[in-house]
Design a protein around this ligand. Structure first.
Ligand code: AMP
Length: 987
């Protein structure tokens, strides 16, 4: 056997029982040959035959190594017509298709032979004959086919034959394809002097080989030009990564290796086989890597380990990689300290001295109540709160609140890591025992007005959520609203109700309640407002004339109220009879809906947000909802119009907000948080929630349908088409909704015309509630330097600067909405950049009055935009101011001067002839001394207007007021003057 490259013998095992040796080539040109005949190697008789017998003759000799060899020679050059044949024995073909014949011979040069008589030749012929069996001595010359004429070539080596030197030629010829089972070769001499030194017959094959841990078997190439594709099989303890494949060429060479096998887990590649990892080593994945030493705190005593076993008291968690050291639970936290504040305690501790070799250490705190000397302690009940939480703490501190006053508690603080759960018996904790202090009760939050009369009122309330002890009594403090707490009355009540008597009829009172325990008074409740009933109608004889005037005034008031009511109802749809859909629904899981003090509950305070949704929103059956068309796009999905049919109710039009498919759990929570908020409100100017669909998909929020869509686009569509009274009616609705929200303690943060919806009766309703999304969702919201998104143009400076969002900042936004409404949807600050807006507002600039804007409304805008937020009016003031404007439409005829707009489109605060010079409406009126009657701007109780009729239009202009017409202003002032004395009269 010979190859064209360096070969090595290798032991290859296909499985445990069948190992063999193969030649492995380090170079990628491995091929081998298989001899079918080698005359040199044959020890015995060759059995070749000569025709005629005196032609070729066999001469036995020895080669240079004294090995016996067979040679045949013929040299009948002295005779004519030579035709001497030498035929080999029958050669079985085996699997060969193409065979090679290698001849080594010497040939005498005719010129070197003196006195040649015959025809001296310097060639001989090579023939072959295919047969399926050995034909014995039978020889028929004509059956043979000629392969080639063989001549001495130039590349020969010299052969020393004693006294003569002959040239040894080597010639190779290809024969094939051979299809029969065997063949003969024959050498024909036609008169040459030739000696056949050796004949080798062979074929080529691709030898068995291991490559990329795959075994490729012996392969005989095809006779044609094409390659033979051979699939390799993986060696023992390995598996296919990609199917291994090679091609066997016609030259018996392996070509193009593709794919490979990889040693199994627990085995590594050594030589051309996969060998098991030694004890103390492991291999956890199949691959070409070597076995690794066991990581710290682990071992293996077996061969072929996939992973190492942890030493005693060490563990490996499910997610730990095999290469990671085994670890153990941490030791207990150290240096626990507790700081008690009434019924709260701050627990603080140090990291454990031993983290067990892991980084994923967290802490958990278990609260146990150990009061009244009754060991063992019992677990704390549900009301105790942990901030941020009781388990999974990454910091070494926790605050525990809402504990019982004057009670013993034990807190067990445990450090945990990824293997703590695997080693319950190895876990250690640190414990601290505390006794809470006396604590005052929490505030009363729910107050109910039970009965009202002219001069008494009966109230009841619920006990505070956390009494922190036995409530000794309640302190009830009340005073007339307009007295502003300068004088007040205090009562004490043992129970949770009280009747206040001796009150003035038809008077507004404010009341606060606080509970008292042995630890003292708790915080007072929010202010609760109530009004006593009006005086009954009676006329005393001596005051009959005065009373007559009063009665007339009252009739006037009622008449005016009716007129205004009809107007407002017509334009803004306040009338319930016209708008049956306005009837409030009262639903929810027993959620207390009381008149008076009710506070907004942030759904974030619920541990489970879906609980909040079902607390405040009713679950609707999706089969009762029909979707008609898409009317808008919300952050979470489409907004559609449709119809809702509830059992035994009339079908109503609704808006349906859907949650798009593929939402995350967080998006679902944020989406539904709007319903949790909206569901807490019940007011004609707040968009009403009909319910939610959470138990089937798509998740939906269903609200009342607002036919005219959002206010900003509605106004832009109907530019200059409404009367001032209509606009004020809408504004009144928005203010009333906002008053309700601020009374509930809800800060909207994104009040803007785009977030107000308008129904077919022009009723405006505040919408767009939510938590984080409120601002994130708004396309107007821009990032501030402090982070967080804020709709700059609508937001008060303190909210932009340091996120101080309050009802006062909502009032600022309301001022902007007021401006948007009066300018029919103009964009506040036009195209100024957000940065310029922030700068201009900070420097005291304010938006100028919109075209034809009543001065009173512009003054309200300026008041809402007071830099000092406490100087801004409250929503309750705004509602009553607008009510008064509606009742006195004449007051709206004085138009704010727009002629003096500075070129930068904003009004300068420092101007002297402008309404913005004055801090408030009253201030401006004061400044023009006896000029226009202050009552003209709202009938807010200013002094009489004696000198007003004498005022010229020029003088009005001086102070930035345009008068609709001298006659009109005089008559409206007269009207207002009369109103100031007698109450409102119709105009
Ligand atoms: P929102 O996601 O609340 O900002 O709603 C997106 C848009 O859907 C709004 O701008 C309105 O045009 C429309 N839309 C929302 N709610 C209602 C509703 N109750 N009635 C009519 N249209 C609505």
């Amino acid at each position: 056997m010979s190859t064209g490259s360096e070969e090595h013998l290798a032991r290859v095992c296909l499985d445990a029982d069948s190992c063999f040796f193969v030649f492995f080539s380090f170079f990628f040109n491995p091929f081998s040959t298989v001899n079918l005949l080698d005359s040199k190697a044959s020890q015995g008789e060759l059995g070749w035959i000569s025709y005629p017998a005196h032609g070729w003759e066999e001469i036995s000799g020895v080669d240079e190594h004294y090995t016996p060899i067979h040679t045949f020679q013929v040299c009948n050059i002295m005779e004519y017509n030579q035709n001497n044949w030498l035929r080999t024995s029958w050669i079985p073909r085996k699997s060969a298709q193409k065979i090679y014949v290698e001849l080594k011979f010497t040939l005498r040069d005719c010129n070197s032979i003196p006195l040649v008589l015959g025809t001296c030749k310097e060639t001989f012929n090579l023939h072959y004959l295919e047969t399926d069996e050995d034909q014995g001595a039978l020889f028929r010359e004509h059956q043979f086919s000629k392969i080639d004429t063989i001549a001495a070539d130039e590349s020969f080596t010299q052969m020393d034959l004693g006294d003569r030197i002959l040239k040894l030629n080597t010639e190779v010829r290809e024969v094939g394809p051979i299809t029969r089972k065997g063949f003969y070769l024959a050498f024909q001499d036609l008169g040459a002097c030739v000696a056949l030194v050796s004949v080798r017959v062979y074929f080529k094959k691709c030898p068995l080989m291991v490559r990329n841990l795959a075994i490729f078997p012996d392969t005989v190439p095809m006779d044609s030009q094409s390659l033979v594709e051979v699939q390799g099989s993986c060696v023992n303890n390995s598996k296919e990564e990609d199917p291994p494949k090679m091609y066997c060429s016609t030259e018996g060479e392996w070509l193009v290796p593709i794919g490979k096998c990889l040693c199994n887990t627990g085995y590594e590649e050594r030589g051309y086989s996969c060998q098991a990892c030694r004890p103390g080593f492991y291999k956890s994945s199949s691959g070409s890597m070597k076995c690794s030493k066991c990581p710290p705190n682990s071992h293996t005593y077996q061969e072929g380990s996939v992973r190492c076993t942890c030493d005693n008291n060490y563990f490996r968690s499910e997610g730990d990689p095999a290469s990671m050291a085994c670890t153990r639970p941490p030791s207990a936290p150290r240096n626990v300290i507790s700081v008690i504040n009434e019924t709260s305690v701050i627990l603080d501790w140090s990291w454990p001295s031993d983290t067990g070799g892991r980084k994923d250490v967290t802490f958990s705190v278990v609260c146990k109540r150990c009061g009244l000397g009754r060991p063992p302690c019992e677990p704390c009940r549900g009301s105790v709160r942990f901030l941020p939480r009781p388990t999974g703490l990454s910091n070494t501190t926790v605050t525990v609140t809402d504990l019982l006053a004057h009670t013993n508690y034990t807190f067990e603080i445990e450090a945990l890591n990824g293997v703590s759960a695997l080693a319950p018996s190895h876990r250690q904790f640190a414990a601290v025992t505390i006794t809470t202090n006396q604590a005052a009760p929490s505030p009363v939050t729910v107050i109910r007005k039970d009965k009202t009369s002219r001069n008494s009122v009966s109230l009841s309330w619920l006990e505070p959520e956390r009494p922190n002890g036995i409530i000794l009594d309640y302190e009830v403090k009340y005073y007339e609203k307009q007295e502003q707490e300068t004088s007040y009355t205090i009562l004490r009540s043992k129970g949770t109700n009280v009747t206040l008597s001796g009150l003035k009829p038809d008077t507004s009172y404010l009341l606060q309640i606080r509970a008292r325990t042995a630890a003292g008074y708790g915080t007072s409740s929010r202010k609760f407002e109530f009004e006593t009933s009006p005086d009954s109608f009676s006329i005393s004889s001596e005051n009959s004339q005065v009373m007559l005037i009063a009665v007339c005034s009252a009739v006037g008031i009622i008449f005016l109220t009716v007129v205004v009511y009809i107007l407002v109802s017509r334009f803004c749809g306040q009338s319930k009879s016209k708008h049956p859909g306005e009837k409030r629904l009262n639903f929810g899981n027993g959620h207390l809906r009381l008149p008076g003090v009710r506070t907004y509950v942030d759904p974030h305070t619920y541990e489970d947000p879906s609980q909040a949704v079902h607390e405040f929103a009713r679950e609707l059956d999706a089969s009762g909802i029909a979707i008609d068309k898409v009317v808008g796009a919300g952050e979470f999905g489409e907004v559609c119009s449709g119809r809702l049919k509830l059992p035994s109710k009339k079908e109503i039009c609704v808006a349906i907000k859907t949650l798009k498919v593929g939402y995350t759990e967080e998006q679902r929570r944020d989406f539904l948080s709007e319903a949790s908020i909206m569901g807490q409100f019940d007011h004609p100017n707040i968009i009403r929630l009909e319910g939610v669909v959470t138990r089937s998909k798509p998740v939906m929020i269903v609200t009342e349908y607002m036919e005219n869509g959002s206010l900003d686009s509605f106004l832009r569509k109907h530019d200059a088409q409404f009367t001032v009274i209509q606009l004020v009616g809408m504004l009144r609705g928005i203010a009333s909704g906002m008053k309700y929200l601020s009374d509930m303690g809800y800060v909207h943060r994104d009040l803007a015309a785009r977030n107000i919806l308008v129904n077919s009766n022009l009723v405006c309703k505040v919408s767009d509630f939510g938590l984080s999304r409120v601002l994130e969702d708004d396309p107007e919201a821009a990032y501030t330097t402090r982070g967080g998104k804020i709709p700059i143009r609508w937001t008060a400076p303190e909210a932009i600067a340091y996120r101080k969002f309050t009802s006062a900042s909502d009032v600022w936004s309301y001022g902007i909405v007021l401006w948007e409404v009066m300018s029919y949807g103009e964009r506040p600050y036009w195209e100024m950049s957000n940065q310029d807006v922030i700068k201009a507002v900070d420097e005291g600039y304010r938006l100028p009055p919109p075209m034809d804007c009543p001065a009173a409304l512009y003054q309200l805008m300026l008041d809402s935009w007071q830099k000092e937020r406490n100087n801004r009016p409250k929503f309750t003031d705004i509602v009553s101011f607008l009510d008064k404007l509606i009742r006195n439409p004449g007051s709206l005829k004085v138009i704010a001067n727009t002629a003096s707009r500075p070129s930068n489109l904003l009004l300068e605060r420092s101007g002297t002839s402008d309404v913005t010079t004055f801090r408030s409406m009253g201030g401006w009126l004061d400044s023009v001394r006896t000029l226009p009657c202050r009552d003209a701007f709202g009938g807010v109780g200013y002094s009489s207007c004696d000198t007003l009729p004498k005022t010229s239009a020029e003088e009005f202009k001086k102070v930035g007021v345009t008068i609709a017409g001298p006659q009109k202003i005089v008559s409206s002032i007269r009207t207002l003057e009369a109103h100031a004395k007698n109450g409102p009269v119709p105009v």
